[in-house]
Design a protein around this ligand. Structure first.
Ligand code: COA
Length: 377
């Protein structure tokens, strides 16, 4: 066996082959199975089409898309046993919705387990993506507003369904369009930390729920999906663009990490940021106040000037979600709704040609030594 080199954080190490997604050789784009996300969004792609593409490696025709959408609609109902569990989880500050999603997916794995040989994998994949907006909306409304929502509603898209489950009314076309775009942008990003966890778990031949629970826990961290909430928490401390600049400069002087900036893979730009920024601006212009957007733009300008850094997907998502009236603690859960599509694509790919993922490490502990029995210590 040849001596391998140590690469901290596995940065740049290729752990497997994938057909699903790439940032391109230029490292500044994002392609899902060869389709550029900017083109998808500009041509009005629907999130469900993207899910279909990621899972089945082909674009659906009209009939296939309609059948797929109807199947997802038929899978929205939350089992009473799961509602009973959600009823018990309080909406206190100590409970993050990511904990709720994690436990809900875990429990669903008990109520509707994956069969041996993974024969119902596709059924479960569709069920998870279809039921998840209802789970978030149900728990959030019952725990925060003592209101029971009906997760069966007349919306026909996942984006609209999420907004209906959250707010209890038919969403506007503008908000549905922007959530749809957001779900597309967050859908997939090759071997990011949470996907790697999902693939590692899958590589042991474990079940789909276990892989997703691990991925949800990993996405939660502020260096990964949690950054959109942290970016909002930072923006909430600013009064106006000048105040934003002064406080951001102080944070940089303090060597603080600014959430929503920087990326492990992109070094020139994050194409997702350009898209969501445009929608954040559109929302700001139709909102009473542009202040949040202008403060965000000022942060972008300061980070470019001071650190030559650009916003990643999370930064302008913060203002966009806030303008739509979505509570900050639900930002990362939206990321989950979307990323199920990518995680599940990777679980399927890993299972097709499995090899146990088991990296090595460089041992830095003590040299072999003699064990001293307790009585002699
Ligand atoms: N704000 C300020 N400085 C940053 C920074 C940020 N967001 N991201 C990186 N840096 C600086 C680091 O302090 C470090 O500086 P140093 O060399 O003087 O110590 C340098 O850039 C390299 O940082 P490092 O964390 O090693 O870069 P990375 O490429 O491994 O990290 C992230 C990528 C995403 C983890 C990192 O940019 C980050 O923590 N960003 C904020 C969290 C975030 O938005 N995550 C969502 C990612 S989509």
């Amino acid at each position: 066996m040849t001596e391998s080199t140590l690469t901290e954080g596995l940065r740049g190490v290729k752990a497997a082959k994938t057909d699903i997604c790439t940032v391109g050789s230029e490292g500044s784009n994002l392609y899902y199975r060869g389709y550029n996300i900017e083109e998808m969004v500009s041509k009005g792609a629907l999130f469900e089409e993207v899910v279909y593409l990621l899972w089945y490696n082909t674009l659906p025709n009209k009939q296939e898309l309609e059948t797929f959408k109807q199947d997802l609609i038929s899978k929205r109902a939350i089992p009473q046993a799961l509602k009973d569990l959600l009823d018990k989880i309080p909406g206190t500050a100590a409970v993050h919705p990511m904990d709720v999603i994690r436990i809900a997916v875990d429990y669903l794995g008990i109520l509707e387990p994956e069969a041996s040989g993974f024969s119902n994998q596709d059924e479960i994949a569709r069920r998870i993506i279809a039921i998840s907006p209802g789970i978030i909306g149900y728990w959030y409304n019952i725990s925060h507003h003592k209101k029971k929502i009906n997760e069966i509603n007349p919306t026909d898209s996942l984006a609209g369904h999420f907004l209906h489950c959250l707010f209890g009314t038919m969403p506007s076309a503008q908000h549905t369009k922007i959530i749809n775009v957001s779900l597309i942008l967050y859908a997939e990003h090759e071997f990011n930390a949470s996907t790697f966890v999902a693939r590692s778990c899958t590589s042991t031949l474990s079940d789909i729920y276990s892989a997703l629970v691990g991925a949800i826990g990993t996405l939660r961290g502020p260096l990964h999906g949690g950054a959109n909430e942290m970016a909002m928490a930072m923006l909430e401390k600013y009064k106006d663009p000048d105040d934003a600049e002064a406080k951001l400069m102080a944070a940089l002087k303090n060597k603080e990490k600014v959430m929503g900036f920087g990326h492990a893979v992109y070094k020139i730009r994050d194409p997702r940021s350009d898209i969501i920024k445009q929608f954040s601006k559109e929302l700001a212009e139709t909102n009473k106040s542009m202040n949040l957007y202008l403060m965000s733009e000022r942060c972008e300008m300061v980070m470019k000037r001071e650190k030559n850094m650009f916003p990643n997907a999370d930064f302008f998502h913060a203002s966009a979600y806030n303008y739509m009236g979505i509570a900050t603690k639900l930002f990362t859960p939206i990321f989950v709704l979307s990323r199920y599509s990518g995680w599940i694509a990777h679980i399927r790919e890993q299972r097709k040609d499995n090899k146990l993922i088991r990296p090595g490490c460089e041992y830095t502990g003590p040299a072999p030594r003699t064990w001293v029995p307790l009585a002699e210590r």
